[in-house]
Design a binder for this molecule. Structure first.
Ligand code: CMP
Length: 142
């Protein structure tokens, strides 16, 4: 059966912007057949990072994660392709770069489980929430 065209939210996190690998990540995104439906820089406040990662509130890494995510500019994107959510997660690699597969962005670029360069939505419901979080009111060009 044909795969459905889907959207997911991708972030180049502050460590990726600081390392100047935004171009490398975007090149990989395009090479993997995604269409970039929207893209912008975002400097998150601590409160905005907490809202974005609300599902992780209460976890031991929450304070550190939200401090990191608000430590500098990030680049946020809406990616579109067939099976976008799973495919982008495959291209990123495992959350912890130590266990990420060779050739994945996190294996190549990430330095720790927290400073792991990129983010991707993990399910259709979270993708809808995350896209609206950064691009609510934006008319995404289909
Ligand atoms: P991300 O895919 O953006 O989703 C949640 C983030 O929390 C994750 O990437 C990591 O940056 C961070 N994270 C997840 N697990 C841990 C952990 N055990 N310790 C520190 N940070 C974590």
């Amino acid at each position: 059966m044909a795969q459905q065209v889907q959207r997911t939210l991708a972030i180049v996190k502050p460590d990726g912007v600081e390392q100047r690998v935004v171009g490398k990540v975007v090149s990989r995104i395009e090479a993997e057949g995604f269409r970039i439906a929207a893209i912008r820089s975002a400097r998150l406040s601590k409160a905005e990072a907490e809202g974005f990662y609300a599902v992780h509130r209460g976890k031991p890494f929450f304070a550190s994660l939200t401090a990191f995510m608000s430590s500098g500019p990030a680049v946020v994107m809406v990616l579109e392709r067939e099976d976008a959510i799973a495919k982008w997660r495959e291209v990123m690699g495992a959350t912890n770069p130590a266990s990420a597969a060779p050739g994945t962005l996190r294996k190549e670029l990430a330095t720790s489980v927290e400073r792991n360069v990129v983010h991707g939505s993990d399910a259709p419901e979270t993708a809808a929430f995350e896209i609206a979080y950064f691009f609510g009111g934006v008319d995404l060009i289909g």
